[in-house]
Design a protein around this ligand. Structure first.
Ligand SMILES: Cc1cc2nc3c(=O)[nH]c(=O)nc-3n(C[C@H](O)[C@H](O)[C@H](O)COP(=O)(O)OP(=O)(O)OC[C@H]3O[C@@H](n4cnc5c(N)ncnc54)[C@H](O)[C@@H]3O)c2cc1C
Length: 382
């Protein structure tokens, strides 16, 4: 491992680690620094839903970024398994999205149609043939056969092991305190670690999730507005698989695992700031959502609850690219509810940017310092 890597990455979540792997695969020397254990924040907490997508039909750069992930996740999972022996649990289990008749729900159908995503509206009496345990459909049921899921903790283990095999320097328990001691000098290329350790690197990539704002913002300035949005999750365990597809209704969803466990997600709580506790009313609300739709879950074991802090941005789009004012400091964060599905496209774009190639998506859309784009309608809201 190089003493001064080509790229030092701050943050070992799914975004930092996937970027590290792609950069190392492209021939660059890379080190990743995390203030805690690698991959134990939002990236660990997430549900791992990977909605379908078709890059050639995607109407917007964010849809294209998602679609790149949808198309490549299976192959990437196989690549990681070949290198590490770790199976990340990628499964094209299919999904059912329940939609109403309001403008947003109709817009979702338009986006799917334009993009060429495979879907089928199920007749009112047709749902039982697919998911017999669902007794109360919260809307019209649309089958999405290409919806997939991944087991986040396993995917992160595979990423960490694959990065290790590629020679990426991995430094857990290494909190980066400052990107540069002099914000007036845009070319400083080191970050300072505790104990006055410094690391020089050709480029620094900040992928520190909701903690990124302070790292790329001069003191007493607001920065680009990257902030935490708590999401709570409940895990149920039942002896048999009662549902087999991801069931989604707006921002709520049920994700069935192969072993009978089911994730119920998720809240959106920016007001909680950096507090990760679970709350009684959120857990009750999630359980109510699940047991109304699938009443038999009322007798399932409540195994665990947890939460994660998603990195939010003012307009809901991530920041990917150079930090204004610096030649060699970059950011990849703000993926909000979609960091898993957007991780591959983001890493591809960063690797292309750092190796002087045209990027797979226009990075102006994701530029730090852009005017927030109001009302971007995502094709998938959960
Ligand atoms: C409940 C929930 C469900 C979700 N479900 C899905 C889903 O189904 N599909 C999907 O695509 N997305 C989902 N997401 C969103 C996804 O999990 C996030 O968008 C993604 O994990 C963000 O990854 P990240 O690497 O940017 O951030 P993080 O995972 O937060 O990683 C950032 C890392 O930076 C480190 N760090 C912070 N500050 C410093 C510092 N100063 N020095 C060194 N290291 C530092 C942290 O310790 C952390 O490990 C969900 C999120 C939640 C909370």
């Amino acid at each position: 491992m190089a003493k001064h890597p080509d790229v030092a990455i701050v943050g070992g979540g799914i975004i930092g680690l996937t970027c590290a792997y792609f950069l190392a695969r492209a021939g660059l020397t890379v080190s990743v620094y995390d203030r805690g254990e690698l991959g134990k924040e939002a990236s660990w907490a997430g549900a791992g839903i990977i909605p379908p997508g078709n890059p050639s039909g995607a109407a917007t750069p964010i849809d294209r970024l998602r679609a790149i992930g949808s198309m490549q996740f299976q192959g990437f999972s196989e690549e990681l398994r070949e290198i590490t022996g770790i199976d990340n649990g990628y499964l094209r289990c299919g999904g059912i999205e329940f939609l109403g008749h309001d403008e947003d729900d109709r817009a979702v159908l338009d986006i799917w149609t334009r993009e060429g995503i495979a879907f089928e509206k199920l007749p009112a009496d047709g749902l039982a043939a697919y998911e017999p345990a669902v007794k109360e459909a919260p809307g019209e049921a649309y089958l999405l056969p290409e919806c997939a899921q991944v087991r986040n903790p396993r995917h992160l283990q595979a990423l960490i092991a694959a990065c290790g095999r590629m020679g990426v320097g991995l430094f857990p328990n290494s909190p980066v305190e400052m990107i540069t001691p002099d914000f007036k000098n845009p070319r400083l290329d080191f970050c300072r670690l505790p104990g006055s350790r410094t690391v020089n690197a050709g480029r620094i990539l900040v992928a520190a999730g909701p903690w990124s704002n302070a790292l790329i913002t001069p003191p007493h300035q607001p920065g680009p507005g990257i902030h935490p949005v708590r999401g709570q999750i409940v895990l149920l365990k039942s002896p048999e698989r009662l549902i087999t597809r991801v069931l989604m209704h707006g921002k709520r969803y049920l994700v069935p695992r192969m072993d009978g466990r089911v994730l119920i997600g998720s809240t959106e709580e920016p007001e909680a700031l950096f507090e990760k506790a679970n709350t009684a009313d959120a857990v009750a609300d999630l359980l109510d959502f699940a047991t109304r739709m699938v009443p038999v879950f009322a007798s399932a074991e409540l195994e665990r609850c947890w939460s994660g802090l998603r990195p939010g941005t003012p307009d809901g789009l991530p920041f990917i690219g150079r930090v204004p004012g610096w030649d060699n400091i970059f950011v990849a964060t703000g993926h909000f509810r979609a960091g898993v599905q957007l991780s591959i496209g983001t890493a591809q774009a960063i690797a292309e940017l750092f190796t002087g190639k045209p990027t797979c998506v226009p990075l102006e859309t994701f530029a730090v310092g852009r005017k927030p784009v109001p009302g971007v309608q995502p094709a998938f809201r959960s």
